[in-house]
Design a protein around this ligand. Structure first.
Ligand SMILES: *Cc1c(COP(=O)(O)O)cnc(C)c1O
Length: 437
């Protein structure tokens, strides 16, 4: 992503972005236009060109842009002068969120957790999780996994594999030990055996960790999927070696994989869970760290943050829970569309040899892994010219990642996938079979 073209946007006005905005911006390089509005699965730019959005705020807009019910609730709340910013004070909006989160999400799943409102970004929730685990166990080391992504503040970045991010830290990133994620050593190797081995060996050189932090599907890391068995083995090792299990569900949670939490059907009970991205449901910044009550060892104010009380986000989050999660229709639809996505992506990938293109992922968190990052970025570039906003992930940016809103209709989903298919064929050449047409 670093060698992308300049940010030329519009020839007849001075390019304020080029002039004023830091070089650090990244997504803007892939999508060189000025967006004006959005609804559902579509973005519109200044020329009123319409784009189908398969990026959806990098997994933040699971319910699409400006969902009418969420928007209505928020507009009402603002119109009646509801609290906008509340530090961590009790507000009606927070009360409603906690009740809805308990009644709609936690209780029906028999999950007993307390909720910590952290600063509003994912990395804030991860920092809180790591800090809490270290304090609970009185140890500094944390196990994280190859290709894991947990945010770019220093603590979270120390648990993040990507060298592009790590190299920018400016100071040594410490307090973590990386272990091979599921599948890292190929099929048929259970990497948790290695983890167990080094933790059991007092001379392995790995300091006894306080916790492990893991994603069930590595979003930024290239859609690597942990199997349920691997996650269960990991949990067993956590118990055996007295470590907490932290599941970072910031990207894979909120329905993306076909259930509210990505691990629901794995038979595990994480000690700490982080949520953010689609939690507000509306693209508003909001993050929580939830954990088993026995680990609530914080002293008042020990960990804080000015923006822990984004009440507008509480309002839209509550509305999203009530609208999408009080019956099974939404999530059943997501599962169906996940299957459509799987079928279409494998159909595309099957036209090419495995070293050129492979479909991977789980639920509606899927993509196409290309031979290299150049190929993936050419596909993404073509897609944009055809009105499809889609991005790459993975260590070399080699995975074209479909993160479309979960609320897309099947027709919209197929529309996007056919654009993607045509871009793949333009970049890789026509594949060996044509059964898709
Ligand atoms: C995006 C992401 C983060 C970081 O969230 P920010 O809001 O960008 O700080 C952490 N963990 C995972 C799994 C993510 O996908």
């Amino acid at each position: 992503m670093s060698s992308k073209p300049a940010l030329a946007v519009n020839n007849d006005t001075p390019d304020i972005f080029e002039e004023m905005e830091s070089e650090v911006c990244s997504y803007a390089r892939s999508f060189p236009t000025v967006f004006t509005r959005a609804d559902g699965g579509y973005l519109y730019d200044q020329e009123d060109k319409k784009y189908l959005d398969f990026l959806a705020g990098a997994g933040t807009l699971n319910y699409g842009h400006n969902h009418p019910y969420l928007k209505g609730e928020l507009l009402d709340y603002i119109a009646r002068d509801g609290i906008a910013h509340g530090l961590d004070m009790h507000t009606e909006a927070k009360e409603a969120f906690l009740k809805a989160f308990d009644e709609i999400i936690l209780s029906p799943r028999k999950m007993n957790y307390v909720v910590q409102f952290t600063g509003p970004t994912g990395t804030n929730a991860v920092e809180a999780a790591l800090k809490l685990a270290r304090n609970v166990k009185g140890r500094h080391n944390i196990i994280s996994f190859t290709n894991g992504f947990h945010g770019v503040s220093v603590g979270a970045m120390a648990a993040t594999g990507n060298s592009h991010h790590r190299n920018a830290s400016g100071i040594p990133l410490t307090g973590t030990t990386f272990m091979p994620f599921d599948g890292y050593l190929g099929d048929g190797v259970d990497t948790t055996e290695y983890l167990d081995k080094v933790l059991s060996d007092p001379s392995s050189g790995v300091d006894h960790p306080a916790a492990v932090i893991v994603e069930t599907v590595q979003g930024e890391g290239g859609l690597n999927v942990a199997s349920a068995q691997w996650m269960r083995n990991l949990e067993k090792i956590c118990h055996k070696h007295d470590m907490l299990l932290i599941v970072d569900d910031i990207q894979a949670g909120c329905g993306r994989t076909g259930s509210f939490f990505s691990f629901e059907e794995m038979g595990i009970t994480p000690d700490i869970i982080t949520l953010s991205k689609s939690l507000s449901g509306f693209g508003l910044p909001f993050a929580v760290t939830i954990f088993k009550p026995e680990y609530d060892m914080w002293k008042p104010g020990e960990h804080n943050g000015t923006f822990r009380g984004n009440n507008h986000a509480f309002v839209t989050a509550t509305a999203a829970l009530k609208h999408f999660w009080t019956n099974d229709q939404f999530i059943n639809d997501v599962r169906c569309k996940g299957k459509v996505l799987e079928k279409m992506l494998s159909g595309i990938a099957d036209q090419y040899p495995d070293d050129m293109l492979v479909a991977k992922g789980r639920g509606m968190m899927r993509g196409l892994s290309c031979a290299d990052g150049k190929m993936a970025s050419r596909i993404v570039e073509k897609a944009f010219s055809k009105g499809l906003v889609i991005e790459t992930s993975g260590s070399e940016g080699q995975v074209v990642k479909c993160l479309c809103p979960l609320t897309l209709s099947e027709e919209e989903l197929l529309e996007g996938l056919f654009i993607l298919k045509s871009c793949v064929e333009e970049v890789l050449g026509k594949g060996k079979t044509r059964e898709m047409e």
